[in-house]
Design a protein around this ligand. Structure first.
Ligand SMILES: [Zn+2]
Length: 453
């Protein structure tokens, strides 16, 4: 009986075999494991790549990973030959903004379920597996989308949110259309109450803006951000500060800040500040690609990358090109100098062992979601950081900060990975040579997404 059914089930599948055999010894199920074989594996831990590795995925989770000799592929596993390819974890970006951009328009009227869902697909298309919307989500929608993704009924890059951040009244995000999303606080009581509200929303972080916007607004001061940090820590939440000035960074570190959404942009960060950041285990987002624009007096090469045109419309690309038209050589020289200082700050932080995590600030006008994360990686390497370390900065390091089970090719992690046609260890731009993207073990239909754009 069993023998007979085994031969039947081998032809028509396990389900029929089980039905026919009900009451007898159940058939061993056909393996649900998929074995990705032959690729070079970059695990995301900063270590050297594994040539000819095997990645075993079972029901959306990584079951095993390693050199072929050390990984046992179970009988009945489906084998996918990826010889010549490279596999790395999907990117985790701790600084994005969802819902404001829709092609040429940058407006809070675009903050809809449909638009955000589309944007999460854009991130995923480029291999970003998780994104934190950093303090500009005005209502419950981001939480609803996050819940739908957790329930498995919505795809795209996993959305995390810092809900609404805190600034002094009308002194939050730089873009006027985003500014009302920040909670305003003028007194310690208000500041603490806002943090309690953010904590009750089940947000991932508390975002604060500590910036006078070129002297145009009143900066959130120590009198307010100290109680915010204290209150957030009492609620087990980390606080991330938008900063511009190195002096603010210094005081924020002393006050117990957990992370920075930017490098200092007024001066190169000095050794003392770098040491304080390391000593207090503050994480830092380089956020280079927006500042980089200041150093160009003509459109940079990436604007012509065909990969960018796969999601960005010709009108948007034209507007990006146009933004460089009236730049003077003097302005570009000043921009080059201040950008070089940022790169030096980043290198110092890296050499000193600071925790550096990807934060690209995508989703503001003409800063293309998913694509600019790859530009950010190139700039991190330009600062003098190795490709292996840069990939760690964009994968496992931010995943650890966010506390999510992704960003690393390791047993038990979610099977979120990118298959590349080239190895980024030999040139970080290879992270853009994307053959396919997998989220929870499922291949994204990139062709269908592209067709939709
Ligand atoms: Zn931002």
């Amino acid at each position: 009986m069993t023998t007979c059914m085994r031969s039947v089930s081998a032809i028509v599948g396990f389900t029929l075999g089980l039905t026919a055999c009900s009451g007898s010894t159940p058939e061993p199920p056909v393996s649900t494991v998929v074995a990705y074989e032959g690729a070079t594996l970059i695990t995301g831990d900063g270590g050297p790549p594994l040539g000819g590795g095997v990645l075993l995925v079972n029901e959306g989770v990584i079951a095993d990973v390693g050199l072929a000799a050390n990984v046992t592929v179970p009988d009945g596993a489906r084998v996918v030959d990826l010889t010549g390819k490279t596999i790395m974890p999907t990117l985790v970006d701790l600084h994005g903004h969802v819902g404001f951009v829709d092609n040429l328009s940058f407006d809070n009227a675009n903050y809809t379920r449909e638009n955000i869902t589309n944007q999460l697909n854009r991130y995923a298309y480029y291999g970003v597996g998780a994104i934190v919307s950093l303090g500009t989500d005005p209502g419950n929608l981001a939480f609803e989308l996050r819940a739908d993704q957790q329930a498995g009924i919505l795809g795209g890059a996993r959305l995390h949110t810092a809900f609404r951040g805190i600034a002094r009244p009308a002194a939050g995000p730089g873009a006027p259309t985003m500014r009302p999303t920040a909670f305003g606080a003028e007194t310690e009581e208000e500041a603490r109450a806002r943090v309690a509200e953010i904590a009750a929303s089940n947000a991932s972080f508390v975002k604060i803006w500590v910036d006078d916007r070129g002297g145009s607004v009143e900066k959130l001061g120590l009198d307010l951000y100290r109680p915010i940090i204290e209150e957030a820590h009492a609620h087990d939440l980390q606080v991330i500060a938008h900063i511009f000035f190195a002096d603010d960074a210094r005081e924020l570190v002393a006050a117990g800040i957990d992370g920075f959404a930017h490098l200092a942009r007024d001066v190169e960060m000095d050794d003392e500040l770098v040491a304080a950041i390391v000593e207090n285990d503050v994480f830092v987002m380089p956020n280079l690609a927006i500042s980089e624009r200041g150093r160009n007096s003509e459109p940079p090469a990436w604007v012509d990358d065909p990969l960018l045109a796969e999601s960005a419309s010709p009108e948007v690309l034209a507007r990006i090109r146009e933004s460089y038209v009236n730049r003077t050589a003097e302005a570009a020289a000043r921009g080059t100098e201040s950008f070089a200082a940022m790169l030096r700050s980043l290198k110092k932080l890296s050499d000193a062992g600071a925790r550096i995590v990807l934060g690209a600030d995508t989703g503001v006008q003409d800063h293309i979601q998913g694509y600019m994360e790859h530009r950010e990686l190139e700039l991190i390497v330009e600062a003098g950081i190795s490709p292996a370390a840069a990939i760690r900065i964009a994968t496992s390091a931010p995943a650890e900060v966010l506390g999510v089970n992704t960003g690393l090719l390791a047993p038990g992690k979610r099977a979120d990975f990118i298959v590349l046609d080239a190895n980024p260890m030999y040139g970080i731009s290879a992270t853009r040579q994307i053959a396919s993207v997998y989220l929870s073990g499922q291949a994204l239909d990139r062709e269908a997404l592209r067709a939709g754009w």
